[in-house]
Design a protein around this ligand. Structure first.
Ligand code: NAD
Ligand code: ZN
Length: 374
């Protein structure tokens, strides 16, 4: 049973599109009250996936019902394939069939897949409806539910079609993570640690000491998620549309996307957060190799992620990888290469990451070659 603790509130300051993130154990059972408070008299559609519907939909429906909010569930298949034009059509059709109006709300109950899909649908039905995120994966609670990026994949690549659509409210029930598979939890942990590595060295040190309590739940988990939300909210408030600083959120992601591409986006081999864990270690090692940071910091990052149970090296990818040239090709595909130079998020040390716009491709290649055999 969920034990309700007082919610921690984090503000996302975006002028007239500002909103609150409420974080705490048991908050799904208070969602109806919170939604009624921001949008009195509203009707809603709840977009969720098959896995999440089985464990958390009844509690959300009961809470909405108790607050007098009529709700229509729209359930999609669990998994990335729902972030497609077919999945979008299903969700859009469900919202219209429920006769929701422009001022009504779409609630995303689930991980990043549901959040991105439902958010996009809410942004285009009736030229833009209201939207509430109820993230249920750790990745969604610390990353995808905040900041307003929504969208779907196309056969030519991930996240190529979408809109910026900020939610009106985010409700992160930290106890909902108790049903998340451990592998997914750890994958989300990589994104959590990312915020310490970007610009919060004290947070990274706190995680090194407290990660076991974060995994087991309770106040430490809520604290960690709230700190991550503060970190992301601060970056998004500075640079909502990613013209500058928001790119720091891609720490480790250039390498990660190459690893995901090289493993055919096969989650059985590598899930996104695992790729990010390896990518963040590589970003620190590469920075050290370029004399920007110390090898000790890279060792520290690797030791922590490894202790948590995340992969940290190319050799950890099950089923093997293609050679360094092939990985570089994935990186060049992911990034705009201008005159042989690549943009990377590098670091001067833990919590001191920066955007490097002119990294020569041949330095990346020689670093990758070394990384196969550290
Ligand atoms: N919009 C953004 O800013 C942003 C940022 C990062 C990632 N993303 C996107 O997020 C997606 C990945 O998100 P994800 O890792 O949450 O994947 P996901 O939504 O597929 O969830 C992972 C798995 O966990 C299950 N699940 C979720 N919550 C659960 C719970 N409480 N109990 C039991 N099972 C649960 C899901 O059904 C799924 O099988 C990707 O599509 C990625 O592109 C978006
Ligand atoms: Zn990520």
């Amino acid at each position: 049973m969920n034990i309700t603790e007082p919610a921690t509130i984090v503000d996302v300051a975006l002028g007239d599109r500002s909103y609150e993130i409420a974080i705490g154990a048991g908050l799904i059972s208070e969602a109806g009250e919170r939604i009624a408070a921001v949008r009195p008299g509203v009707r809603v559609a709840i977009v969720t996936d098959t896995n999440v519907a089985a464990v958390h939909l009844p509690a959300l429906e009961a809470s909405l019902d108790a607050a007098g909010i009529a709700a229509t569930p729209i359930v999609v298949s669990a998994g990335e394939t729902s972030k497609s034009f077919d999945g979008l059509q299903h969700v859009v059709d469900g919202i219209i069939a429920a006769r929701l109006e422009r001022h009504d709300l779409v609630i995303a109950l689930g991980g990043g897949v549901v959040g991105d899909l439902a958010g996009f649908a809410s942004g285009i039905v009736r030229r833009g409806m209201g939207f509430v995120q109820v993230p249920t994966s750790l990745l969604a609670q610390v990353d995808s539910s905040i900041g307003g990026k929504t969208g779907i994949n196309t056969p030519r690549g991930k996240n190529l079609v979408g809109v910026f659509q900020q939610p009106a409210l985010v409700i992160a029930d930290t106890a909902a993570l108790d049903t998340l598979p451990e592998r997914e939890f750890k994958a989300g942990y990589a994104e959590l640690a990312k915020y310490g590595l970007i610009d919060r060295p004290e947070f990274f040190a706190w995680l090194e000491a407290s990660w076991r309590e974060v995994l087991s739940g309770g106040p430490a988990r809520t604290h960690a998620i709230a700190e991550a939300c503060r970190a992301k909210a601060a970056i998004v408030a500075r640079d909502e549309f990613e013209t500058g600083d928001r790119a720091l959120l891609n720490l480790g992601h250039t390498f990660a996307h190459a690893l995901e591409g090289a493993t055919g986006y096969d989650g059985g081999r590598l899930v996104h957060g695992e790729a990010v864990a390896i990518g963040m270690v590589l970003a620190h090692r590469f920075s050290a190799r370029l004399n920007q940071a110390s090898h000790d910091d890279a060792d520290r990052v690797e030791a922590h992620l490894r202790a948590v149970g995340l992969p940290t090296r190319l050799a950890d990818v099950p089923g093997g990888l293609p050679g360094a040239e092939a990985l570089l090709a994935y990186i060049a595909q992911d990034k705009k290469v201008s005159r042989g130079a690549l943009t990377f998020i590098l670091t001067h040390g833990i919590g001191q990451s920066y955007i490097a716009k002119d990294v020569p491709a041949e330095q990346v290649l020689s670093f990758l070659k070394e990384s196969y055999d550290p």
